[in-house]
Design a protein around this ligand. Structure first.
Ligand SMILES: NC(=O)C1=CN([C@@H]2O[C@H](COP(=O)(O)OP(=O)(O)OC[C@H]3O[C@@H](n4cnc5c(N)ncnc54)[C@H](OP(=O)(O)O)[C@@H]3O)[C@@H](O)[C@H]2O)C=CC1
Ligand SMILES: O=C(O)C1=N[C@H](C(=O)O)C[C@H](O)C1
Length: 275
Protein backbone atom coordinates (compact mmCIF):
# COMPACT_ATOMS: atom_id res chain seq x y z
CA UNK A 1 0.00 0.00 0.00
CA UNK A 2 1.25 3.50 -0.85
CA UNK A 3 2.08 5.68 2.16
CA UNK A 4 -0.87 7.80 3.29
CA UNK A 5 -0.46 11.58 3.37
CA UNK A 6 -1.44 13.06 6.71
CA UNK A 7 -1.65 16.46 8.32
CA UNK A 8 -1.34 16.51 12.12
CA UNK A 9 -3.22 19.43 13.62
CA UNK A 10 -2.54 20.85 17.06
CA UNK A 11 1.19 21.50 16.77
CA UNK A 12 3.12 22.58 18.77
CA UNK A 13 0.82 21.03 21.40
CA UNK A 14 2.01 18.09 23.47
CA UNK A 15 0.19 15.14 21.93
CA UNK A 16 0.29 16.43 18.34
CA UNK A 17 4.07 16.83 18.70
CA UNK A 18 4.55 13.28 20.03
CA UNK A 19 2.39 11.75 17.29
CA UNK A 20 4.12 13.84 14.61
CA UNK A 21 7.57 12.65 15.70
CA UNK A 22 6.41 9.01 15.49
CA UNK A 23 4.62 9.61 12.15
CA UNK A 24 7.71 11.21 10.61
CA UNK A 25 9.52 7.88 11.09
CA UNK A 26 6.66 5.55 10.12
CA UNK A 27 6.80 4.23 6.53
CA UNK A 28 2.99 3.82 6.40
CA UNK A 29 2.43 7.58 6.38
CA UNK A 30 3.86 10.79 4.90
CA UNK A 31 3.69 13.74 7.28
CA UNK A 32 2.76 16.93 5.43
CA UNK A 33 4.66 20.03 6.60
CA UNK A 34 1.53 21.94 7.67
CA UNK A 35 -0.52 21.98 10.87
CA UNK A 36 -3.55 23.88 12.12
CA UNK A 37 -2.61 25.64 15.32
CA UNK A 38 -4.23 27.72 18.04
CA UNK A 39 -4.98 31.45 18.01
CA UNK A 40 -2.39 32.08 20.76
CA UNK A 41 0.56 30.57 18.89
CA UNK A 42 2.95 33.25 17.69
CA UNK A 43 5.56 31.24 15.77
CA UNK A 44 4.94 30.40 12.12
CA UNK A 45 6.71 27.06 12.02
CA UNK A 46 7.99 24.28 14.26
CA UNK A 47 10.70 21.63 13.71
CA UNK A 48 9.54 17.99 13.59
CA UNK A 49 12.19 15.36 12.91
CA UNK A 50 14.12 16.71 9.90
CA UNK A 51 11.44 19.10 8.60
CA UNK A 52 9.94 22.47 9.42
CA UNK A 53 6.14 22.38 9.76
CA UNK A 54 4.08 25.44 8.87
CA UNK A 55 1.67 26.52 11.62
CA UNK A 56 -1.70 27.76 10.38
CA UNK A 57 -3.78 29.88 12.75
CA UNK A 58 -7.61 29.62 12.70
CA UNK A 59 -8.12 32.81 10.66
CA UNK A 60 -6.29 31.25 7.67
CA UNK A 61 -7.23 27.61 8.10
CA UNK A 62 -9.83 27.13 5.36
CA UNK A 63 -7.83 28.94 2.67
CA UNK A 64 -4.65 27.04 3.54
CA UNK A 65 -6.36 23.63 3.82
CA UNK A 66 -7.91 24.07 0.38
CA UNK A 67 -4.57 25.20 -1.05
CA UNK A 68 -2.72 22.22 0.46
CA UNK A 69 -5.39 19.81 -0.81
CA UNK A 70 -5.06 21.31 -4.29
CA UNK A 71 -1.27 20.94 -4.17
CA UNK A 72 -0.90 17.43 -2.69
CA UNK A 73 -4.21 15.67 -3.44
CA UNK A 74 -5.98 13.44 -0.90
CA UNK A 75 -4.80 13.40 2.71
CA UNK A 76 -6.12 12.52 6.16
CA UNK A 77 -6.29 15.14 8.90
CA UNK A 78 -5.38 14.09 12.43
CA UNK A 79 -6.73 16.32 15.18
CA UNK A 80 -5.13 16.64 18.62
CA UNK A 81 -6.05 20.27 19.25
CA UNK A 82 -8.20 21.74 22.01
CA UNK A 83 -11.62 20.74 23.37
CA UNK A 84 -12.91 24.20 22.39
CA UNK A 85 -11.93 23.57 18.74
CA UNK A 86 -13.48 20.12 18.24
CA UNK A 87 -16.76 21.05 16.54
CA UNK A 88 -15.36 23.95 14.49
CA UNK A 89 -12.49 21.81 13.21
CA UNK A 90 -14.81 18.90 12.34
CA UNK A 91 -17.04 21.34 10.49
CA UNK A 92 -14.00 22.64 8.62
CA UNK A 93 -12.82 19.14 7.61
CA UNK A 94 -16.32 18.29 6.38
CA UNK A 95 -16.58 21.52 4.36
CA UNK A 96 -13.16 20.85 2.80
CA UNK A 97 -14.05 17.15 2.14
CA UNK A 98 -11.13 15.99 4.31
CA UNK A 99 -11.51 12.66 6.16
CA UNK A 100 -10.15 12.87 9.69
CA UNK A 101 -9.04 11.10 12.85
CA UNK A 102 -10.30 13.05 15.87
CA UNK A 103 -8.30 12.35 19.03
CA UNK A 104 -9.27 15.62 20.68
CA UNK A 105 -11.72 15.24 23.55
CA UNK A 106 -14.58 17.50 24.58
CA UNK A 107 -16.97 19.59 22.52
CA UNK A 108 -20.46 18.44 21.61
CA UNK A 109 -19.88 14.77 20.77
CA UNK A 110 -23.37 14.10 19.38
CA UNK A 111 -23.08 17.08 17.07
CA UNK A 112 -19.63 15.87 16.03
CA UNK A 113 -20.94 12.48 14.92
CA UNK A 114 -23.97 14.04 13.23
CA UNK A 115 -21.77 16.44 11.24
CA UNK A 116 -19.83 13.53 9.75
CA UNK A 117 -22.90 11.46 8.96
CA UNK A 118 -24.34 14.49 7.15
CA UNK A 119 -21.14 14.88 5.09
CA UNK A 120 -19.39 13.07 2.23
CA UNK A 121 -16.38 12.01 4.34
CA UNK A 122 -15.58 9.40 7.02
CA UNK A 123 -13.85 9.81 10.38
CA UNK A 124 -12.40 7.83 13.26
CA UNK A 125 -13.35 9.52 16.52
CA UNK A 126 -12.10 8.29 19.90
CA UNK A 127 -11.07 9.81 23.23
CA UNK A 128 -8.30 7.24 23.62
CA UNK A 129 -5.99 5.80 20.97
CA UNK A 130 -3.96 3.55 23.30
CA UNK A 131 -4.81 0.11 21.92
CA UNK A 132 -4.78 -1.67 25.28
CA UNK A 133 -7.19 0.88 26.74
CA UNK A 134 -9.39 0.52 23.67
CA UNK A 135 -9.32 -3.25 24.32
CA UNK A 136 -10.44 -2.59 27.89
CA UNK A 137 -13.26 -0.35 26.60
CA UNK A 138 -14.30 -3.14 24.19
CA UNK A 139 -14.47 -5.61 27.12
CA UNK A 140 -16.71 -3.20 29.03
CA UNK A 141 -18.93 -2.73 25.97
CA UNK A 142 -19.20 -6.52 25.67
CA UNK A 143 -20.20 -6.68 29.34
CA UNK A 144 -22.75 -3.89 28.90
CA UNK A 145 -24.34 -5.54 25.86
CA UNK A 146 -24.24 -9.12 27.15
CA UNK A 147 -24.96 -8.53 30.85
CA UNK A 148 -26.98 -5.29 31.09
CA UNK A 149 -27.69 -4.35 34.71
CA UNK A 150 -24.97 -6.69 36.05
CA UNK A 151 -23.83 -3.95 38.46
CA UNK A 152 -27.28 -2.54 39.30
CA UNK A 153 -27.25 -1.11 42.83
CA UNK A 154 -23.47 -0.80 42.95
CA UNK A 155 -21.99 2.60 43.64
CA UNK A 156 -19.18 3.92 41.45
CA UNK A 157 -16.31 6.28 42.09
CA UNK A 158 -14.15 7.54 39.23
CA UNK A 159 -10.88 9.36 39.83
CA UNK A 160 -8.66 10.67 37.06
CA UNK A 161 -5.39 12.58 37.15
CA UNK A 162 -3.86 14.50 34.24
CA UNK A 163 -1.29 17.26 33.75
CA UNK A 164 -2.30 20.64 35.17
CA UNK A 165 -2.95 22.17 31.72
CA UNK A 166 -5.64 19.67 30.70
CA UNK A 167 -8.68 21.73 29.74
CA UNK A 168 -11.49 19.20 30.26
CA UNK A 169 -12.62 16.14 32.22
CA UNK A 170 -11.12 12.97 30.75
CA UNK A 171 -13.00 11.88 27.63
CA UNK A 172 -11.89 8.30 28.32
CA UNK A 173 -13.40 8.37 31.81
CA UNK A 174 -16.67 9.70 30.35
CA UNK A 175 -16.76 6.86 27.79
CA UNK A 176 -16.06 4.23 30.47
CA UNK A 177 -18.80 5.70 32.69
CA UNK A 178 -21.26 5.32 29.83
CA UNK A 179 -20.48 1.56 29.66
CA UNK A 180 -20.98 1.24 33.44
CA UNK A 181 -24.28 3.13 33.08
CA UNK A 182 -25.35 0.44 30.60
CA UNK A 183 -24.43 -2.16 33.26
CA UNK A 184 -26.98 -0.59 35.58
CA UNK A 185 -24.78 1.82 37.52
CA UNK A 186 -26.27 5.22 38.26
CA UNK A 187 -23.48 7.76 37.88
CA UNK A 188 -23.19 11.11 36.13
CA UNK A 189 -20.00 12.28 34.39
CA UNK A 190 -20.15 15.40 36.62
CA UNK A 191 -19.28 13.10 39.54
CA UNK A 192 -15.88 12.22 38.03
CA UNK A 193 -13.16 13.41 40.43
CA UNK A 194 -10.40 15.29 38.60
CA UNK A 195 -6.92 15.83 39.99
CA UNK A 196 -4.79 18.53 38.36
CA UNK A 197 -2.51 19.57 41.26
CA UNK A 198 1.07 18.28 40.65
CA UNK A 199 1.86 18.30 44.38
CA UNK A 200 -1.06 15.98 45.21
CA UNK A 201 -0.37 13.89 42.11
CA UNK A 202 3.18 13.23 43.24
CA UNK A 203 2.62 12.89 46.99
CA UNK A 204 -0.77 11.14 47.19
CA UNK A 205 -1.00 9.32 43.86
CA UNK A 206 2.69 8.40 43.46
CA UNK A 207 2.90 9.73 39.92
CA UNK A 208 6.59 9.97 38.93
CA UNK A 209 7.92 13.51 38.78
CA UNK A 210 9.05 13.06 35.17
CA UNK A 211 5.42 12.52 34.11
CA UNK A 212 3.63 15.20 36.09
CA UNK A 213 3.56 17.26 32.87
CA UNK A 214 2.11 14.39 30.83
CA UNK A 215 0.09 11.49 32.22
CA UNK A 216 -3.40 9.98 32.32
CA UNK A 217 -4.20 7.90 35.39
CA UNK A 218 -7.71 6.50 35.86
CA UNK A 219 -9.27 4.44 38.69
CA UNK A 220 -12.86 3.13 38.59
CA UNK A 221 -14.18 1.54 41.79
CA UNK A 222 -17.49 -0.31 42.06
CA UNK A 223 -18.88 -1.17 45.50
CA UNK A 224 -21.87 -3.44 46.18
CA UNK A 225 -24.84 -2.00 48.13
CA UNK A 226 -23.79 -3.70 51.40
CA UNK A 227 -20.09 -2.92 50.89
CA UNK A 228 -18.98 -6.56 50.89
CA UNK A 229 -17.90 -6.65 47.23
CA UNK A 230 -15.48 -4.28 45.53
CA UNK A 231 -14.23 -4.20 41.96
CA UNK A 232 -11.46 -1.84 40.93
CA UNK A 233 -10.19 -1.14 37.42
CA UNK A 234 -7.15 0.99 36.86
CA UNK A 235 -5.14 2.20 33.85
CA UNK A 236 -2.18 4.47 34.41
CA UNK A 237 -0.34 5.95 31.45
CA UNK A 238 2.89 7.89 31.76
CA UNK A 239 3.87 10.09 28.81
CA UNK A 240 2.16 10.07 25.42
CA UNK A 241 4.07 7.60 23.24
CA UNK A 242 1.41 4.91 23.66
CA UNK A 243 -1.13 6.97 21.66
CA UNK A 244 1.00 7.05 18.50
CA UNK A 245 0.63 3.40 17.42
CA UNK A 246 -3.16 3.45 17.70
CA UNK A 247 -3.41 6.77 15.88
CA UNK A 248 -1.39 5.50 12.92
CA UNK A 249 -3.49 2.30 12.87
CA UNK A 250 -6.60 4.52 12.80
CA UNK A 251 -5.20 6.44 9.81
CA UNK A 252 -4.52 3.18 7.90
CA UNK A 253 -7.96 1.81 8.79
CA UNK A 254 -9.64 5.02 7.60
CA UNK A 255 -7.64 5.04 4.35
CA UNK A 256 -8.80 1.46 3.71
CA UNK A 257 -12.44 2.37 4.35
CA UNK A 258 -12.22 5.37 1.99
CA UNK A 259 -10.64 3.23 -0.70
CA UNK A 260 -13.53 0.78 -0.47
CA UNK A 261 -15.96 3.68 -1.12
CA UNK A 262 -17.19 4.25 2.43
CA UNK A 263 -18.67 7.72 3.06
CA UNK A 264 -20.62 9.58 5.78
CA UNK A 265 -19.62 7.15 8.51
CA UNK A 266 -18.01 7.46 11.93
CA UNK A 267 -15.77 4.70 13.26
CA UNK A 268 -14.50 4.23 16.80
CA UNK A 269 -11.13 2.89 17.93
CA UNK A 270 -12.95 -0.35 18.80
CA UNK A 271 -13.77 -0.63 15.06
CA UNK A 272 -10.09 0.02 14.29
CA UNK A 273 -8.95 -2.63 16.78
CA UNK A 274 -11.39 -5.19 15.35
CA UNK A 275 -10.42 -4.24 11.79
N1 LIG B 1 -7.46 10.32 21.84
C1 LIG B 1 -6.35 10.14 22.55
O1 LIG B 1 -5.77 9.06 22.62
C2 LIG B 1 -5.77 11.28 23.30
C3 LIG B 1 -6.40 12.48 23.27
N2 LIG B 1 -5.84 13.56 23.89
C4 LIG B 1 -6.54 14.82 23.70
O2 LIG B 1 -5.84 15.61 22.74
C5 LIG B 1 -6.14 16.99 22.99
C6 LIG B 1 -4.83 17.79 23.02
O3 LIG B 1 -4.11 17.46 24.18
P1 LIG B 1 -2.67 18.11 24.49
O4 LIG B 1 -1.78 17.96 23.32
O5 LIG B 1 -2.25 17.60 25.80
O6 LIG B 1 -3.06 19.67 24.60
P2 LIG B 1 -2.12 20.94 24.40
O7 LIG B 1 -2.81 22.06 25.07
O8 LIG B 1 -0.73 20.61 24.76
O9 LIG B 1 -2.13 21.18 22.80
C7 LIG B 1 -3.24 21.62 22.10
C8 LIG B 1 -2.74 22.48 20.95
O10 LIG B 1 -3.85 22.79 20.09
C9 LIG B 1 -3.79 24.17 19.79
N3 LIG B 1 -5.08 24.69 19.39
C10 LIG B 1 -5.99 25.42 20.11
N4 LIG B 1 -7.04 25.75 19.33
C11 LIG B 1 -6.78 25.24 18.11
C12 LIG B 1 -7.48 25.28 16.88
N5 LIG B 1 -8.65 25.92 16.74
N6 LIG B 1 -6.95 24.61 15.81
C13 LIG B 1 -5.78 23.99 15.93
N7 LIG B 1 -5.06 23.94 17.07
C14 LIG B 1 -5.56 24.56 18.14
C15 LIG B 1 -3.27 24.80 21.06
O11 LIG B 1 -2.83 26.12 20.80
P3 LIG B 1 -3.06 27.27 21.94
O12 LIG B 1 -1.92 27.12 22.88
O13 LIG B 1 -3.08 28.53 21.14
O14 LIG B 1 -4.40 26.99 22.58
C16 LIG B 1 -2.15 23.82 21.41
O15 LIG B 1 -0.98 24.09 20.68
C17 LIG B 1 -6.95 17.03 24.28
O16 LIG B 1 -8.32 17.08 23.98
C18 LIG B 1 -6.62 15.68 24.92
O17 LIG B 1 -7.61 15.23 25.80
C19 LIG B 1 -4.69 13.47 24.58
C20 LIG B 1 -4.03 12.28 24.67
C21 LIG B 1 -4.51 11.09 24.03
O1 LIG C 1 -5.39 15.15 27.87
C1 LIG C 1 -4.77 14.07 28.01
O2 LIG C 1 -3.58 14.00 28.35
C2 LIG C 1 -5.50 12.83 27.73
N1 LIG C 1 -6.70 12.92 27.23
C3 LIG C 1 -7.57 11.84 26.91
C4 LIG C 1 -8.81 11.88 27.78
O3 LIG C 1 -9.32 12.99 28.03
O4 LIG C 1 -9.30 10.83 28.19
C5 LIG C 1 -6.85 10.52 26.91
C6 LIG C 1 -5.80 10.37 27.97
O5 LIG C 1 -6.41 10.22 29.22
C7 LIG C 1 -4.84 11.54 27.97
Amino acid sequence: MEPIKIMINGLPGNVASTIAVHAAKDPRVILLPHSLTGPEIETDQVPIDTMMVELIRPDRCETRLNAVAKAVGDFISVDFTHPSAVNANADLYCRCHLPFVMGTTGGDREKLVQRVTDSDICAVIAPNMAKQIVGFQAMLEYGATTFPDIFRGYSLSVRESHQAGKADTSGTAKAVVSSFNRMGVEFSTEEIEKERDPKIQQQDWGIPEAYLSGHGWHTYRLTSPDGTVIFEFQHNINGRDVYAGGTIDAICFLAGKLKSGCRAKVFSMIDVLKG
